[in-house]
Write a protein that binds this ligand. Sequence first.
Ligand code: AMP
Ligand code: GLY
Length: 417
Amino acid sequence: MKILVIGGGGREHAVIWKLHQEGGHELYCAPGNAGIAQLATCVDIGATDVQALADYAAAQQFDLVCVTPDDPLALGLVDLLRAKGIAAFGPTQAAAQIEASKAFSKQLMEKYQIPTASFAVLDDAQQAMDYVRSHPAPIVVKADGLALGKGVYICQTQQEAERAVREIMIDHHFGQAGARVVIEEFMTGPEVSLLCFCDGEHIVAMPAAQDHKRAYDGDKGPNTGGMGAFAPTPTFTQALREQVLDTIVRPTVRAMQQEGRPFQGVLYCGLMLTPNGPKTLEYNARFGDPETQAILPLLKTPLSQIMLATIHGTLDRLNVEFLPQASVCVVAASGGYPGSYPKGYPIEGLRTAEETGALVFHAGTAQEHDTFVTNGGRVLGVVRMADTLEQAIARAYESMAHIHFQDMHVRRDIGVK
Ligand code: AMP
Ligand code: GLY
């Protein structure tokens, strides 16, 4: 098949790698990155330039387009592609609302009694101020829309909650994404991500994963796009998995169907295992980054077949299988990230790391002549698999030890907690 993948990070490199493994495909990626360029033709169209992407895909007659990042999904790229008769993997704009609007997703969960933190949706700054003043901290304040993962404030005091409301609604730190806020009860417990392929009706859950969002060891420091991930999560037992499928995933997919927004693509359920049972923190309407880099190497079934089945509503006829192994992705970031950082440092040891058995997925790299150089905050992810999580962790760090660039920053505790 002739396949186009939208995006250009480590997650997209993993998707392209998996499709490349199947053999026989002609692969393209927009915009891609230097690592992806080893396996696919990179096309210089930005992931949010949805009209140009749809026109390009139609002109080139792709058999399948995988829309991976959140923004083009929220902008309706899947709808544009389908209108042109192109098979597109991912939810429609209406279904992508489950991620693009926290108010929408919370109201959906309330209506269909899906366990989540109790909440209020407010679109008036004064009412939001009154609300946080009359509800005791700790409390959580979230911008409604997509805010690059930065629109969530965990507030330990009333003053912090007031500041959050001010930054989101009065100072407009997130633009239109902050026109409304969701204010939530603060929950506690371990977090797990359950990513599921969905075809509007049927569900295939992947091995549960856990990412590491903070920049430094011990979950300290600022939030990042993700410093590493592993799958499966040992704390997420088979019983918990069944419970989450029964109380959260299946009801969500049914709810979206009943709302006339059938969900097709990857439904990412961000869960908290609270003392009162598993509850939904958030949904994403797509593969997670870097969870995908850890999960896809475990997938035995051809990804292109799964994508087509989600589009045609035939997931129930496909036997989707995963290796019974553990997989760990450790990210190497530029020193300074998630703040500012220099680019253009040469990266050494990529081939040696691959020779140890690692998959190296590029996130922010560029090619200069014969060498790869750093070109982003998260530079690359190193993935290893093994029979046990401990072994996979040890192997991932063993492979990572071969990779060097100036001011390289790696968390040393991925998978440990
Ligand atoms: P979200 O983008 O909504 O998943 O929020 C980002 C992170 O904030 C989550 O991964 C949690 O660590 C934390 N968080 C979000 N909502 C809550 C909540 N109601 N209680 C406690 N922590 C939360
Ligand atoms: N790793 C979390 C996300 O992709 O949103």
